[in-house]
Design a protein around this ligand. Structure first.
Ligand SMILES: O=C(O)COP(=O)(O)O
Ligand SMILES: [Mg+2]
Length: 309
């Protein structure tokens, strides 16, 4: 854990410039750094353009599994932020790759029960991984007495015998039926995975339930944690390094949350980490918490104040 005191860069053109020059690749967290929900922070596009104009590789690394990489590409296009889908790593993508290429499942247990949104479904489809649940409207209903009987008996009309994995992400339509199904599958042997376990999600400058709040009831009921495939999991870092072959010493992770983004960079042994104060972690978290970044700024666009080259 980093215990040195992070350098404050805001308003220091020479220090901002020196920080940029230390790295060739910048991994950018999205929620809380580039935007907060649908509100994009002013100067985001210009800051990314500044880095690219200096030959820096920019990669987007988000724990938000509600969108697919293609969805994020559309969002970035809409914000006039140039990108290609290969530069985008979402936890929905990371989880789908893990299930399709890493997890060894019995041939009759290859189906995934999803608590989550379309982002997970699109990425599972891209990897030809069969799934049920997710945005299925048939599950947006109250439990009825018959459901208890069918679940308790493991009736295949209620509990698909091919389900071998439960994948939990942020689900805007969670309910007792879906939580019960996930619980039944896992207690009957399904692998418990999470796209990410961020406790809260920033939006419009406030905080709302994050994916971790969807896994939490299952963790309480089961007495065990899921394998989480988003930051700080190094499975994601290895996938990104595999694609870009970057020099970790010349790579910086930029994020708003110390226990995911900064931990991801520190445990990934990157050359540096940068925190911003526009998302979840506070200045106190950054200066006095167990996981401290190399440096921090008030907001990403402070980099527009770097010395001009
Ligand atoms: O989805 C979340 O909880 C956070 O998403 P982020 O990694 O882009 O900040
Ligand atoms: Mg974030």
């Amino acid at each position: 854990m980093t215990t040195s005191s992070p350098q404050y860069l805001t308003g220091n053109p020479a220090a901002l410039n020196a920080f940029i020059d230390r790295f060739d690749t910048f991994l950018f967290d999205c929620d809380g750094v580039l935007w907060s929900g649908d509100h994009t922070f002013p100067g985001t596009a210009e800051t990314l353009e500044l880095l690219r104009s200096r030959g820096k590789q920019v990669v987007f690394v988000t724990n938000n599994s509600t969108k697919s990489r293609a969805d994020y590409k559309k969002k970035l296009d809409g914000l006039s932020i140039p990108s290609n889908v290969e530069e985008i790593f979402s936890s929905s993508y990371s989880a789908s790759i893990y299930i399709s290429r890493i997890l060894k499942l019995p041939t009759n247990k290859r189906k995934v029960f999803v608590l989550g949104e379309t982002g997970i479904e699109q990425e599972l489809r891209n990897e030809n991984v069969p799934f049920i649940g997710g945005t299925d409207p048939a599950l947006r209903r109250d439990l009825v007495p018959e459901d208890y009987k069918l679940m308790a008996s493991g009736d295949p009309s209620m509990l698909d015998p091919e389900v071998g994995v439960v994948l939990v992400g942020l689900d805007f339509h969670i309910n007792y039926l879906k939580m019960s199904l996930a619980f039944q599958y896992i207690r009957r042997g399904a692998v418990f995975l999470a796209t990410n376990i961020d406790s809260t999600l920033p939006n419009q400058g406030s905080l709302f339930p994050g994916a971790g709040s969807i896994s939490a009831p299952l963790i309480m009921m089961l007495g065990k944690e899921p394998i989480a495939l988003g930051k700080p999991s190094q499975a994601m870092m290895d996938a990104i390094e595999g694609k870009f072959q970057f020099d970790r010493n010349r790579t910086c992770m930029v994020g708003d949350r110390t226990n995911t983004d900064i931990r991801f960079g520190v445990e990934g042994k990157l050359g540096g980490t940068l925190a911003v104060l526009t998302g979840v972690s506070t200045k106190d978290d950054i200066l006095n918490g167990p996981l401290r970044p190399l440096a921090y700024v008030d907001k990403l666009s402070d980099f527009l104040g770097a010395e001009s080259k």
